[in-house]
Write a protein that binds this ligand. Structure first.
Ligand SMILES: [Zn+2]
Ligand SMILES: [Zn+2]
Length: 351
């Protein structure tokens, strides 16, 4: 079968590999849709400490069950399914406390396990054990189902900072994750949402889709003045930084309302992880800062339901569909901001 094999930084080629067979405690799926995200670009550029090449990458996966191991239960050939990306061990203290996102033995699809940029893929035993295979409801498309995983990550972040009724929300970073954060915040009851980016073209593309109450082009406009104005001088009750920029994190702490909750959703580059913070601002404003790392299987199930029910629509965020052979172009489109969400179609693109 054909698969996109990562063999080291800068090297991702679509090649012929052996077609995998499911073991007794595994499923095999025909991959119908695997969405690309910023993490794929990061892996392509720099590799990842938990990923030993060569490996088939791709972790936002939806497909159809085509082989069922004899010792599995609950799944049949022909089931349409969505697969989790981060795989919790279900044994450690974090998993037992229901905090699978910070599992200390976490593995991931496309890292330790072969991923979804391939015609076929094995769903490993660990994923089944963690309830990480969700049946796609009704006639929801594979493409939309593939966006479940990033939405689950956004859901994890917004739960940690308790986004809810009446919040004023600023999302910094207008990539696909920023778009999902805007839509999710609305679904959770936020009353005023703002989207900011330093890339005017990316902002225009995303704002046109998710229609925030205010889009702020940081290359031309004064972010802090506008945000203050939009919030009657109080500041946003919630700020989510969905960009790999320390400056955004620093600005977030300065702009948040007293009692504000901030999510550092996007990680910073490995070589630039430090930021400068006036700790007294955090102290006197009683700010709550939270990180966010992946999502739990339960959050994946919930995210799929949010999409299927129409509470968080994603169809219009999928701006491009590409064949497996074009996976490098897909990653470029995500990096440049020319696309919102790009879905790879390993079985071929049909119009
Ligand atoms: Zn992703
Ligand atoms: Zn664990």
């Amino acid at each position: 079968m054909r698969a996109a094999l990562f063999t080291g930084p800068g090297n991702l080629d679509v090649v012929d590999v052996d077609t995998p067979e499911a073991g007794p405690r595994e499923l095999k799926i025909r991959v119908e849709s695997c969405a690309t995200c910023g993490t794929d670009a990061k892996i392509f550029g720099h590799g990842h400490p938990r990923l030993e090449p060569p490996q088939i990458i791709g972790h936002e996966i939806a497909g159809e069950v085509i082989q069922v191991g004899g010792e599995t239960s609950g799944f049949s050939i022909g089931d349409r399914v969505q697969i989790i990306a981060a795989v919790p061990c279900e044994e450690c203290w974090a998993c037992k406390a229901g905090k699978q996102g910070i599992c200390i033995n976490q593995t991931s699809m496309g890292y330790q396990f072969g991923g979804g940029f391939a015609e076929e893929m094995i769903v490993p035993e660990a994923v089944l054990k963690a309830n990480g295979v969700n049946k796609i409801p009704g006639d929801l498309s594979f493409d939309e189902a593939a966006v479940t995983e990033p939405l689950a990550c956004a859901l994890n972040a917004q739960r940690l900072i308790r986004v809810g009724e009446g919040d004023t929300v600023l999302v910094m970073g207008a990539g696909p994750i920023g778009c999902l954060h805007i839509r999710l915040a609305r679904a959770l009851g936020a009353k005023h949402v703002m989207l900011a980016d330093i890339n005017g073209d990316r902002l225009a593309l995303s704002a046109n889709a998710v229609k925030p109450d205010r889009a702020i082009d940081m290359s031309k406009e004064d972010l802090e003045a506008i945000v203050s104005d939009e919030t009657d001088g109080i500041g946003p009750s919630v700020i989510i930084t969905a960009a790999p920029a320390g400056a955004a994190q620093e600005q977030a702490i300065g702009m948040a309302a007293p009692g504000g909750r901030i999510s550092f959703f996007g990680g910073l580059p490995k070589d630039k992880p430090m930021i400068s913070v006036d700790s007294n601002v955090v102290h006197y404003k009683e700010l709550i800062l939270a990180g966010a790392n992946g999502s739990s299987p339960a959050q994946n199930a919930e995210a799929l339901e949010l999409i299927a029910s129409g509470k968080v629509p994603v169809a219009d965020l999928i701006t491009h569909r590409m064949s497996l052979e074009n996976v490098r172009d897909a990653i470029d489109a995500v990096t440049s901001g020319d696309a919102i969400k790009v879905v790879i179609k390993p079985q071929g693109v049909t119009s």
